[in-house]
Design a protein around this ligand. Structure first.
Ligand code: F6P
Length: 360
């Protein structure tokens, strides 16, 4: 195995709080182990355009631990294997050009930090011979093979605070407050944020809902004197036999964009219960801001482990949180899979036992 001298680090897909903490850990651990570390801007574009690659030293990452976003920038535009790329040097097959530039830049390996899309792309590059390690990120917490990804705890904390604030105004006006949170295909944020915030109803993609059941739950609460209700809706939740609420259909490699689930639920609940209802969409606020202590720590552990694995020559793997350890799992075992909320998850049982309705 050739000795590693120079590694690249990139961030791809939608951002998540904690990306900078991973970059910092990779740069510090890498440089302390004698490696040169190159920061690649805008995901794999950092290999295509030489001006988007810059050396990173511990000096460059001082102070970024607590920052949201990513100092390297990111792109979320689907599958680069499908589109050719035009640069001042000509038009190229994207993947072939990335690999060519990887060798020209004299990089020995990459750390690719991203969600399911970026990890799938990384796996393809690995299969084409690029040595790399993946680091899972998503606020949605839906990457297979790891118990958690960084960004999730921050998103849940934000959603919890928002629900806390909505409680007081809902109670004052005796209204129904509907809160739409992110979660295209998995209801982790809705479930954890909903339980932590004391929501009365939690609607998640894994459990299609019946709004008459939700309305009954709200009427019951009125009867015993609560007279307000908090309903948390994941953006990917849908009525039984219905469709998800779309803003934009999937186009080519671009995934569909969801939106409107909270508004639909609010309108129908107002009609069914006769109670004044308002809705709030937390949207990208869930992805912004400083990472929580948990996410900073997890991101740092992921970054440190990624460098350790590269130094050991373990490529084509993703670092994963398997408490109490951070372990490598083969990328091939996780790409194309989704980690949804299991219906027998104890938090679902406990929430039900406490009287939370899932609308089923
Ligand atoms: O994957 C995380 C996520 O936050 C989803 O829950 C959401 O649907 C999506 O990203 C929105 O991403 P963007 O608006 O950046 O395309």
């Amino acid at each position: 195995m050739p000795t590693l001298k120079k590694i690249g680090v990139l961030t791809g897909g939608g951002d998540a709080p904690g990306l900078n903490a991973v970059i910092r850990a990779v740069v510090k651990a890498g440089c302390n182990a004698g490696l040169e570390v190159v920061g690649l801007e805008d995901s794999f574009d950092g290999l295509i355009y030489p001006e988007k690659a810059r050396p990173l030293t511990p000096r460059d990452v001082t102070g970024i631990l607590r920052l949201g976003g990513t100092i390297l920038g990111t792109v979320n535009r689907g599958n680069p294997f499908l589109e050719p790329i035009t640069t001042p040097e000509g038009t190229f097959d994207y993947a072939a050009r990335v690999i060519e530039m990887f060798h020209r830049t004299k990089l020995d390996a990459l750390v690719c930090i991203g969600g399911d899309g970026t990890l799938a792309i990384s796996y393809e590059f690995h299969r084409k011979g690029m040595p790399l390690v993946g680091v899972p990120k998503t606020i949605d917490n839906d990457i297979a093979g790891t118990n958690s990804s960084f960004g999730f705890d921050t998103a849940v904390s934000f959603a919890t605070e928002a629900i806390d604030r909505l409680h007081t105004t809902a109670e004052a006006h005796r209204r129904i407050m509907v809160v739409e949170v992110m979660g295209r295909y998995a209801g982790w944020i809705a479930l954890h944020g909903g339980v932590a915030g004391g929501a009365d109803v939690i609607l998640i993609p894994e459990i299609p809902y019946d709004l008459e059941k939700v309305a009954t739950c709200i009427r019951d609460r009125d009867e015993w004197g609560a007279r307000f209700s908090i309903v948390v809706v994941a953006e990917g939740a849908r009525a039984r036999g219905g469709q998800v609420s779309l803003i934009q259909q999937a186009r080519g490699a671009q995934p569909e964009r969801l939106g409107g689930a909270g508004m639909q639920v609010a309108r129908e609940l107002e009609d069914r219960t006769g109670k004044e209802t308002r809705y709030v969409v937390l949207g990208h606020l869930q992805r912004g801001g400083a990472p929580t202590a948990f996410d900073r720590t997890l991101a740092t552990r992921f970054g440190g482990k990624a460098v350790e694995l590269l130094l050991q020559g373990q490529f084509g793997v993703m670092v994963a949180n398997h408490p109490p350890d951070i372990v490598p799992v083969p990328l091939g075992d996780v790409v194309g899979k989704l980690r949804t909320v299991p219906l027998d998850y104890d938090l679902v049982h406990t929430a039900r036992a406490l009287g939370v309705s899932f609308g089923d």
